[in-house]
Ligand binder design. Structure first.
Ligand SMILES: C[S@@+](CC[C@H](N)C(=O)[O-])C[C@H]1O[C@@H](n2cnc3c(N)ncnc32)[C@H](O)[C@@H]1O
Length: 435
């Protein structure tokens, strides 16, 4: 089917309608049915063809882009956005979330780039015009939503510089430098103007801390025999000891880690009192109880049975909590070429802070061609600007509990209680409204 602004079938014959950009909702999409319905509510099909004209009129580019955006926004919705998208099905929703918007613009850009690089299209000039318009929209979005960072000048970044040097010696390439920033510890700052598609940091797999590395350690054969123990727990126990290992390959990385993380898990009594009666306190207490149970199931048994491998002074509850906070707040999920998803610590990339308006959206897949992780920009980052990542679609309570901060701006993922309220509200309406 042709979209609104394309010619009717008679008109189509008079135009160069031989090349079309295809916007398609994948049948593998876990939300295919809901998205299809949303598309149909707006008059679109799951597969739409946007035909190019050789001499488009003055409004053609903007009208065409508007339609492409409407379709791509729905294709790029995530679960929470779909929930609200369904409510707004008949209204003319233009904006779902910052993540959705950046994802949408980048998905159209990549379709245009594929068409341009195929060289099959007669209307290269039109594709170029569409591309420039999309790039302009990505820039505008960044300009409207850039977060001002205040740098703290009186902090030395000696340890961080050492890590950057270590990274360089071990094949890490980065266009970021590290600085202390107000309210977030260290942050990663662009050394030069970075554009959409540029790689801000590239990390070879050999410099990533993952399960594979731990298999070589002398504690692995003991831990793997423990019933139900997860890879994450094994990694956590390894990092508690490796932190003190002077010969560790990752010594310089461990040197840069904070003594304290200040996530919700180590909130002091004052903070806990201030949260009295809130759902957040419940979340923190439950998470901590779970960790305490886990610790008690492992210690002091491991220290008693293998004192040389699990020294008592290293495996204290306080150090266990530190390692939990390290892994919760600094690890990333990475997909390896063998198809396995592993939890990893990633030196240097670990300095990237989170934002609701991130520059980098996709970073969790090893490129098999280079055996490296590439942190590519989905929107530009100017020289001297702090470069942000998206840690995921987390609510503020999750970010506070496991990362120790509240994000700036309206967090679109603060919706769970609201979703519950809406559902409850609907149930009440249904009950009181006769059929
Ligand atoms: C992966 S580390 C990022 C580097 C970290 N800032 C540091 O100095 O090591 C994640 C931690 O950074 C801090 N952080 C990340 N994003 C933040 C933000 N938007 N505001 C405040 N703190 C943030 C939190 O302490 C979080 O636990």
């Amino acid at each position: 089917m042709e979209i609104d602004n394309t010619p009717s079938s008679d008109e189509a014959k008079e135009t160069d309608d031989d090349f079309a950009i295809v916007l398609e909702l994948s049948e593998d999409d876990p939300h295919f049915d809901k998205k299809k319905k949303l598309l149909q509510n707006k008059g679109f099909n799951p597969k739409e063809l946007v035909y190019l004209k050789s001499s488009p009129g003055p409004d053609w580019i903007s009208t065409t882009l508007k339609v492409m955006l409407q379709i791509a926004r729905i294709i790029q919705l995530d679960e929470v956005e779909i929930y609200f998208g369904e409510d707004d099905a008949c209204s003319s929703v233009e904006f779902y979330s910052p993540r959705n918007e950046v994802e949408t613009l980048n998905s159209i850009l990549s379709l245009l780039d594929i068409s341009l690089s195929s060289g099959m299209c007669m209307q290269m000039n039109v594709l170029q015009e569409l591309r420039e318009a999309i790039i302009g929209m990505i820039h505008d979005f960044g300009d409207k939503n850039s977060v001002k960072t205040t740098f703290l000048e009186n902090h030395s970044c000696g340890k961080e510089e050492c890590l950057l040097q270590w990274g360089e010696n071990n094949g890490i390439t980065t266009r970021l430098q590290i600085a202390y920033v107000e309210g977030a510890g260290r942050g990663a700052i662009a050394r030069e103007n970075l554009n959409v598609g540029d790689i801000a940091v590239e990390i070879p797999v050999s410099t990533v801390i993952s399960e594979e590395l731990i298999r070589e350690s002398n504690m692995f054969h003991i831990l793997e025999k423990i019933d139900g123990i997860s890879s994450e727990t094994i990694l956590l126990l390894w990092s508690m000891k490796e932190k003190h290992n002077c010969n560790s390959k990752f010594k310089i990385y461990f040197n840069t880690l904070p003594e304290e993380f200040n996530t919700g898990l180590s909130f002091g009594i004052d903070a806990i009192m201030a949260l009295d009666g809130t759902m957040l306190l419940e979340e923190i207490v439950q998470a901590k109880q779970h960790l305490q149970t886990q610790y008690d199931s492992l210690f002091p048994t491991l220290c008693n049975d293998h004192p040389d491998i699990f020294p008592r002074e290293v495996y204290t509850w306080e150090q266990f909590l530190w390692a939990c906070e390290l892994w919760y707040s600094n690890s990333m999920q990475v997909m390896f070429p063998d198809g396995k998803l592993r939890t990893c610590l990633i030196p240097i990339a670990g300095f990237l802070n989170h934002s609701i308006y991130p520059h980098i959206l996709h970073y969790g897949k090893v490129d098999p061609a280079t055996n490296s992780l590439k942190f590519c920009l989905s929107r530009p980052c100017s020289e001297g600007e702090q470069c942000f990542l998206s840690y995921g679609n987390f609510s503020s309570s999750h970010l506070l509990t496991f990362y120790g901060f509240l994000p700036q701006g309206d967090n679109p993922y603060d919706v769970i209680p609201m979703v519950q309220i809406l559902r409850l509200n609907r149930k009440i309406v249904r009950k009181v409204t006769p059929d």
